[in-house]
Design a protein around this ligand. Structure first.
Ligand code: DON
Length: 552
């Protein structure tokens, strides 16, 4: 049974779905339904998340994937929270200057749209490890819904048909991509049935053989052959050696709630907690949502946290990320000590923080089941449709995650983020991410699952969903829907959703010294979230994009 609730006290189009036993909120209604069917058949939230992720690889191909990577944050029924890093890795032959010419200039598009842009994919290893460790169902049970969707096809939504039409231009060099996403080069039309026979074959091999079905054997050979034909660098041994890693989640507290996030190689969890720590001493509630005062406070926290990101964050297996320092409340207070309530600081004058203490650092979906297992899962190919290259014979679209490395010191990547030594390219290293799958609990009990897509804007999206719920007391629908603002230190500008900043708020912000205030061309984030109140579960699909929250 599916109930729609429309709260009388809500302000925005606060349409959410109410569920009693479980909920999946994702970017694709087909995939959310797959996840719910799995729970109805007796699966737990992990089974459901794994099935949803495989389905997204079929029904939401721009970001759902088996050729990319991601992070899963899971709260178990006993209250423990674990996180699985299945982020892509740099191939073994990768090196620091691989995207630079002989004069050390960045070679256009090499790290975004080429075979060399692909990191070694982690999704299949991660999903299967999650299933084996915390799932209760078989591979066949959780992969067959995706397999059926790939083999039998499904009617294309307006959104997908539009996306395919737009992306075809960038795929013209790659026959297997054109074959998958068009009818001999002709765009698909909304409502047409879209089938992916090669992907169905690949899913079947993975279903039958497990991990080796992707990382060894015929699928791996096809990936390696495609690399060899096109100067790519992923080798058979890169694939065979890929392993996901269980990481200790990062954790903090905010006004009596426990915040759980993904640690490095994501920057998301650390930055969310660091910004909450900076903001906790201030009364955002009485400043009010959307006021110049609350925007000023948030922008200044964001500016400082993103400056730390550029300096300190990278793969912890390769760089000593000062996790303890970055999560420490005293550090955050010290970092924010130069905050001036009456004046904007300038990013030029904000350097990464230093610790003065004597002792010592894209698509998201949310799932919950009736035992309180919560899964916060963000996965990506990096750009929409990754590097646009489908490996012939497999239906697998490759990621372009290598662009998330700092390909040259202090040079902006496609999200305008800069980085340094901590995120320089090294063989086998994981590139720094902004993905921020997040879980909030209250006294150890389930409260909120959130996360987003949006590159560098993921982190500030998550921050605002949390602040909207906890500080402003919003219903989840409002918290997710209402316009957001973003700042990332450099470039020194406030980016905002339409309607986020009224003209008098803009005037006040300008008077405080915030010079560049720019409306975003696209919605900021896509935060598919779930909130628990007592025995009721509320799911909200971010209205900035298609998809559905489905409950039962
Ligand atoms: O890991 C990251 O931070 C990026 N590769 C995420 C990409 C993303 O969110 C794309 N969506 N707009």
């Amino acid at each position: 049974m599916l109930f729609i609730f429309l709260s009388e006290s809500s302000i925005a189009s606060s349409i959410g779905v109410y569920g009693k036993y479980g909920m999946v909120s994702s970017r694709s209604a087909l995939a959310s339904n797959v996840g719910i069917d799995i729970m109805r058949a007796g699966g737990n939230a992990v089974d459901s998340a794994v099935a949803t992720a495989f389905a997204l690889a079929v029904t939401y191909p721009s970001a759902g994937n088996i050729g990319g990577g991601g992070f899963a944050l899971v709260r178990l029924p006993n209250g423990n929270v674990v996180s699985l890093d299945h982020r892509e890795k740099a191939p073994k032959t990768a090196h620091r200057n691989m995207y630079l010419d002989s004069e050390h200039n960045v070679i256009n598009k090499l790290s975004t749209q080429s075979h060399l842009a692909a990191g070694v994919p982690g999704s299949v290893d991660g999903l299967l490890l999650l299933l084996e460790t915390y799932g209760s169902m078989s591979r066949t049970q959780v992969i067959s819904p995706a397999l059926k969707l790939a083999r039998n096809g499904f009617p294309l939504s307006y959104d997908l048909a539009q996306q395919f039409t737009t992306v075809l231009g960038k795929m013209k060099l790659y026959p297997a991509s054109l074959e998958k996403f068009s009818k001999d080069g002709e765009p698909y039309i909304v409502g047409e049935i879209w089938r992916q026979p090669d992907l169905a074959k690949t899913l079947k091999i993975i279903m039958n053989k497990g991990r080796p079905g992707f990382y060894e054997g015929s699928v791996a050979s096809l990936i390696v052959q495609e690399m060899e034909r096109n100067n790519g660098s992923i080798s058979a041994s890169d694939l065979a050696d890929y392993r996901s890693v269980w990481r200790t989640p990062v954790t903090g507290s905010y006004r009596g709630y426990e915040i759980w996030g993904m640690g490095p190689p994501s920057s998301g969890g650390i930055l969310v907690i660091q910004m909450l720590n900076m903001l906790e001493p201030f009364d955002l509630e009485s400043m009010g949502y959307g006021s110049s005062a609350s925007i000023h406070h948030m922008v200044e926290a964001k500016r400082r946290a993103y400056a730390d990101r550029a300096e300190y964050l990278g793969d912890p297996d390769y760089y000593p990320v000062p996790i303890g320092m970055l999560l420490d409340k005293d550090y955050a207070r010290q970092r924010f000590a130069d905050f001036d309530v009456a004046s904007a600081s300038s990013s030029e004058n904000i350097d990464p923080g230093i610790w003065f203490k004597e002792s010592p650092e894209t698509t998201h979906f949310s799932v919950i089941d009736n035992k309180g297992t919560m899964v916060s899962f963000t996965t990506t190919l990096n750009s929409s449709y990754g590097n646009k290259i489908v490996v012939p014979g497999t239906g697998i679209l490759l990621n372009n995650e290598m662009n998330d490395f700092s390909i040259k010191k202090d040079t902006p990547n496609q999200y305008q983020l800069i980085g340094r030594e901590a995120n320089a390219i090294e063989p086998g290293k994981r590139m720094l991410s902004s993905m921020s799958p997040t879980i909030v609990t209250k006294d150890g009990n389930p409260f909120l699952i959130t996360g987003s897509q949006g590159g560098s804007r993921i982190i500030t999206t998550v921050l605002q969903v949390i602040i909207n719920v906890i500080d402003h007391g919003m219903q989840l629908g409002d918290a997710v829907t209402l316009p957001r603002i973003h700042h990332q230190w450099l470039p020194d500008q406030i980016i905002h959703d339409k309607y986020a900043i009224s003209s008098d708020t803009r005037n006040r912000l300008s008077a405080l010294g915030h010079k560049n205030i720019v409306e975003s061309k696209s919605g900021i984030g896509d935060a598919n979230s779930i909130l628990v109140r007592g025995k009721a579960i509320f799911g909200v699909k971010d209205p900035r994009a298609e998809g559905a929250a489905v409950g039962y």
